[in-house]
Design a protein around this ligand. Structure first.
Ligand code: 13P
Length: 257
């Protein structure tokens, strides 16, 4: 009932020429049948978005356009920032909010993430709200508590209908870029917990439709097992989305089942 969403977070990789090449290669790798049962979003850096938009629209490719970040204001004196209005104008459909790298490196607080989530929704786009614990927090038995706090704060003040259409990404920080994936059982347990928190904050109906992704060293070899878990509705992919072959195989995870 929930259509899975496989998202490629390019992070700060690939210039606009390289972006064009990757999207074209991906379009050869992935057939329309592959994306019948799964949504796919591409999240390039800001400088690539217009190029990727043009190729997606001119070639009618079955991938949604995404962004990795935005500020919450529409316009103004915010040097270096990009507004949700600007992204919406480029037909961006999904925007990542509160990725652990933005929280840790750029000091994004739960309050800033909440403002961003609201701004993304106001412009008709879908936020992908990220949460996840550090290794220390996991070892101290605080993983559940950490993501409960992040999800509760991130969704504060939102209408249940909005929450039900959103995406939450559970990304344990110790699994990001490390090659160390959470076991399918652990990932399932944390995604089920994330769904229970959504139910507490926004009600059962929203929790039943919100899509929960797992992220952290998702690769073609582990995608099928992760995706077969009942509370995992997709993947937020970093490193493996930078090659058409590996991202294509993740999109085609059903073939490996
Ligand atoms: P990796 O897939 O490289 O571990 O990155 C995950 C991630 O942070 C996606 O947002």
């Amino acid at each position: 009932m929930r259509k899975p969403l496989i998202s490629g977070n390019w992070k700060m990789n690939l210039n606009h020429f390289e972006a064009l090449k990757l999207v074209q290669e991906l379009s050869y790798q992935v057939s329309r049948d592959d994306v019948e049962l799964v949504d796919v979003s591409l999240h390039p850096p800001f400088t690539d978005i217009r190029t990727v938009q043009t190729v997606l629209e001119s070639d009618r490719l079955p991938f949604a356009l995404g962004a990795q970040h935005c500020y919450h204001e529409d316009a103004g004196a915010f040097t270096g920032e990009v507004s949700p209005a600007m992204l919406a104008k480029l037909n961006v459909a999904y925007v990542i909010a509160g990725h652990s790298e933005r929280r840790e490196i750029f000091g994004e607080s739960d309050e800033m993430v909440n403002l961003k989530v609201k701004a993304i929704l106001q412009h008709g786009m879908t936020p992908i709200l990220c949460c996840g614990e550090t290794l220390d927090e996991r070892e101290a038995g605080q993983a559940e508590q950490k993501i409960a706090k992040q999800i509760t704060a991130g969704l504060a003040g939102l209408a249940s209908e909005h929450v039900g259409g959103m995406v939450v990404a559970y990304e344990p920080i110790w699994a990001i870029g490390t090659g160390r994936t959470a076991s399918a059982d652990d990932a399932q347990a944390m995604c089920a917990h994330a769904r229970a928190i959504v139910a507490e904050v926004a009600g059962e109906a929203a929790a039943a439709t919100v899509r929960i992704q797992y992220g952290g060293s998702v690769k073609p070899v582990n995608a099928a097992e992760l995706m077969s878990q009942p509370d995992i509705d997709g993947a937020l992919v970093g490193g493996a989305c930078l090659e058409a072959e590996s991202f294509g195989r993740i999109i085609q995870y059903r073939l490996a089942e």
